[in-house]
Design a protein. Structure first.
Ligand code: EPZ
Length: 418
């Protein structure tokens, strides 16, 4: 069942409800460790990355149970009795977000280094710079990072050389229980950062400025738990559905979205002559006639999201003319190009630049997903291609999308698991 098969050429039409955000959920699950009280998380996507994170925090002694298909009840651990083991951490890089909350709540943390992944080296120097700035001692031994602090972390002024999402999140979580005020300068501004800050404040933290490049955190002595909290919609899942609508010349309405979070993508799709119509918590995407070639540069939010880059590459592969993509965030995020070429795309990759010459059409083929978003891009391409496409390593796709093929079928796609 690790293959997805697509019979391409069908227009997608209809409406689809967008799930909660993977990347906000993973950070919020880590932040729940900071609390001593029970939490009810709503709009949590049931995807494999979330299930791995649940396995990791329950390994520390937390209780996490699905009350409904998208509501999680969490009882945080009273003490930490374990570490984030390598066999789980290697599946989920985001487990590095446990460092800050474990350090802040329990004074120590032991997390396997996630190591690199397919899209890049993924260093953690900015995470370590921030936690050390708050007074933590860190050491790396045998592939694990050990952190500890005698007494309490102390607020500090921390400048991030790059607006790293994960480093901003780790520092923000650790600072919530630090003594005094912490300033994070050149902070990441992604919507998931704002969602994490809102969750922390719902538990009694004092975080201000999330969403800007300066975040101020006034440390408190403890967090009592915040009752209910609803995760924001997933802007990358929403973007992926928008691209499938455009790629198949369809007409799809997305429900449960925050249009402003989609603006970097909506603007580029409009530039490519796709209709994107905003409603109350909805976006309608209609691709009429001829799409236009466009250029894309991935940047930190509110720039164009790197997590949508592969999907756009697939869409642009049959748009007449030359489109250019510059990937400024990760050093190895063009792997999907080789798979798209097996479907007939004409793409030339030089370092961080990919040049796409639009071809009249793609043809079905056997391809492999190399990472989560590359897998999503191959689904976009398979929906466009004439004939049958088989995508292996479909488990990559399940990391970030809940029942994607079932939901695409509801829009008219001919797609199934094999
Ligand atoms: C988050 O990863 C997301 N993952 C990624 O989504 C997303 O692509 C990325 O942010 C950028 O938006 C989660 O939130 C779980 P970064 P993260 O730290 O936090 C460099 C997906 O498909 N860097 O902002 O790891 C790093 O090498 C995933 O859903 C350092 O140099 O991203 C990269 O070039 C993929 N030192 C750049 O910053 C550090 O200490 C962006 O990384 C940390 C990062």
């Amino acid at each position: 069942m690790d293959k997805i098969v697509i019979e391409g050429g069908k227009k997608l039409c209809g409406s689809i409800k967008i799930s909660g955000a993977k990347n906000a959920s993973l950070a919020v699950l880590c932040a729940s460790i900071l609390s001593s009280g029970e939490i009810l998380l709503e709009n949590v996507p049931d995807i494999s990355d979330v299930r791995v994170m649940i396995e990791i925090i329950t390994g520390f002694g937390a209780v996490a149970e699905w009350e409904t298909p998208d509501t999680l009840r969490i009882v945080p651990p009273k003490t930490v009795n374990g570490k984030a083991p390598f066999h789980l951490v290697k599946k989920l890089r985001a487990s590095n977000l446990l460092l800050g909350p474990m350090l802040a709540r329990f004074g120590c943390a032991e997390v396997a280094m996630p190591g690199g992944c397919n899209i890049g080296v993924r260093p953690m120097d900015l995470h370590f710079k921030g936690l050390a700035g708050l007074g933590a001692g860190l050491s790396l031994e045998r592939g694990y990072v050990y952190c500890s602090v005698p007494g309490r972390l102390k607020g500090a002024r921390i400048y991030l050389d790059f607006p790293s999402v994960g480093a901003t999140e780790n520092i923000m979580m650790a600072a919530c229980l630090s003594e005094g005020q912490t300033l994070i300068e050149n902070a990441a501004k992604e919507p998931e950062i704002v969602d994490l800050a809102n969750f922390l404040n719902s538990m009694g933290a004092k975080v201000r400025g999330a969403g800007t490049d300066i975040i101020k955190i006034d440390g408190v002595s403890s967090l009592e738990g915040g009752g209910r909290y609803a995760i924001i919609p997933d802007r990358i899942e929403a973007g992926t559905f928008m691209v499938t609508a455009a790629a198949t010349g369809g007409d799809v309405t997305l429900e449960n979205v925050i249009p402003i979070h989609m603006e970097p993508l909506s603007a580029k799709l409009r530039e490519a002559n796709v209709d994107v119509i905003e409603g109350e918590g909805t976006l309608r995407v209609r691709a009429g006639g001829n799409l236009r070639a466009i250029d894309i540069k991935t940047m930190p939010y509110p720039g164009f999201p790197t997590d949508m880059q592969s999907q756009l590459m697939a869409l642009l592969s049959t748009v007449p003319g030359t489109s250019v993509i510059v990937e400024n965030i990760f050093e190895n995020r063009f792997m999907v190009a080789d798979e798209l070429k097996r479907l007939g795309a004409k793409i030339k990759v030089e370092g961080r630049v990919a040049v796409i010459e639009g071809v009249p059409s793609l043809h079905g083929a056997q391809v492999k997903a190399t990472d989560l978003r590359a897998g999503a891009a191959l689904i976009v391409a398979g929906l466009m291609a004439n004939g049958k496409t088989e995508i292996c390593n479909a488990a990559f796709i399940d990391r970030g999308y809940h029942k994607l093929e079932e939901r695409l079928r509801s829009l008219g796609a001919s797609i199934w698991r094999k």
